[in-house]
Design a protein around this ligand. Structure first.
Ligand SMILES: C[S@@+](CC[C@H](N)C(=O)[O-])C[C@H]1O[C@@H](n2cnc3c(N)ncnc32)[C@H](O)[C@@H]1O
Length: 275
């Protein structure tokens, strides 16, 4: 976006947004000074923990690409990407289509700026739908008549919760949301999930991170450990190495115990509903 550029109606450039901060980590231009300032605080915090926030964001994005490619190659043709973020390179519909012709995608995000950008980009993409929606109400997303008109949810589809669930700070609520999404999946359906992991952070560090995100409309940030993140896959068969550092997840990876969890920044996994 850049300072000199137009601010879309309904957007307050002085309030940092999760989507625009992430765009900044990824090296994008769709962000304002308030987003960059907030993101720099997180980058500095990561540095203190021995992490590189930008590298972690890029690794998360690369995981998303690997997971979607693996699913498309396995025959999955329907994707519901919740907390989709601003369009960037190799978006879900592009990867899915490249490896699974005819794939159909629904992008959902609660940030109106994401929808403004997505709709402009996707105006001539009949296989892609972008909707404003809140992860906190998964039934409202899946029961939206536009989703029913775009996908056949009685057939296998993949739900993507990539770097979004940590913006639901309440553990019980996060558990309820994911359980409901799992319940709605049919056999052969998949859950793709990545989640912030602050292995070696002190309580002060966590508080500092929360303070940065408290100023965004998301309002907070959850700290969850490996066990809590792995529990989001309850009842599913894990594909690949299990729930591992995001940079290490590959479809044919093995749970070999050599992963560096402490430095990983984000953990990721893919689960499948048994047939
Ligand atoms: C860190 S970005 C991740 C983008 C993309 N999934 C990726 O991993 O590359 C998180 C996205 O989730 C969105 N988000 C945060 N809370 C949400 C909620 N309750 N419902 C829907 N989207 C949400 C933000 O607006 C942002 O676009």
């Amino acid at each position: 976006m850049g300072e000199a550029e137009h601010v879309p109606a309904g957007i307050n450039p002085n309030v940092p947004s999760v989507a625009r901060m992430y765009d900044y980590y990824l090296g994008g231009r769709d962000n304002f000074a308030a987003d960059r300032e907030a993101a720099e605080k997180m980058i500095e915090l990561g540095r203190r923990l021995g992490n590189d926030a930008r590298a972690i964001a890029l690794a998360n994005r690369a995981f998303l690409g690997r997971a979607v490619r693996m699913l498309a190659e396995a025959g999955v043709r329907q994707f519901v990407d919740i907390g989709a973020g601003l369009p960037t390179q190799d978006n879900v519909h592009q990867v899915a289509r490249r490896h699974g012709p005819g794939s159909r995608v629904v992008y959902v995000d609660n940030d109106p700026i994401v929808l403004t950008h997505a709709r402009a980009l996707l105006a001539r993409e009949p296989d892609v739908l972008a909707l404003e929606g809140d992860l906190k109400d998964p039934d409202a997303i899946l029961d939206d008549p536009r989703v029913a008109g775009h996908l056949d949810l009685s057939r296998p589809y993949a739900v993507l919760l990539v770097a979004v669930l940590h913006f639901v700070p309440d553990d019980a609520e996060a558990g309820r949301i994911v359980a409901r999404l799992r319940e709605r999946l049919v056999p052969g359906g998949h859950l793709v999930l990545s989640h912030l992991y602050a292995g070696n952070a002190t309580e002060d560090d966590v508080r500092a991170g929360r303070q940065v995100y408290a100023n965004t409309p998301s309002g907070g940030l959850a700290r969850r450990d490996h066990e809590q993140i792995a529990a989001f896959f309850d009842g599913l068969e894990l594909v690949g190495p299990g729930v591992v550092p995001v940079a290490d997840w590959t479809p044919d990876g093995k749970p070999d115990g050599s992963y560096d969890y402490v430095k990983s920044g984000i953990l990721a996994g893919v689960g499948r509903v048994p047939e």
